[in-house]
Design a protein around this ligand. Structure first.
Ligand code: SF4
Length: 96
């Protein structure tokens, strides 16, 4: 897998995140981390953050027990992020 093959964040329903505009993640890439597949890029500062286009990739994922995880990278076609156990979780997570 190369950087251009990384999965996209298809949709994000976390309204309070500074990178989220109209359910699109505008960060360049996100990191999924934590015991609940939390989005480690979530931030709530009240800043209009991110790139002009929603093209966010999943740059890294620490959730090694997910079916889509391979060598700490995500192999899913795309993921969805939304509220879960944390304010922002990967909703595409599937226990292996
Ligand atoms: S689908 Fe699985 S491997 Fe991909 S980002 Fe979500 S938790 Fe990580």
């Amino acid at each position: 897998m190369t950087v251009t093959d990384l999965p996209t964040v298809h949709e994000c329903s976390v309204a309070g995140c500074d990178y989220n505009h109209d359910t699109g993640c505008h960060a360049g890439a996100i990191t999924v981390s934590g015991s609940d597949a939390a989005c480690g890029t979530f931030i709530e500062l009240g800043v209009d953050g991110g790139l002009s286009k929603a093209l966010a990739k999943v740059g890294a994922c620490h959730r090694s027990d997910c079916q889509h995880n391979s060598d700490l990278e995500c192999s899913a076609e795309s993921i969805r992020v939304g509220p879960g156990a944390d304010a922002a979780d990967c909703l595409t997570y599937q226990a292996s």
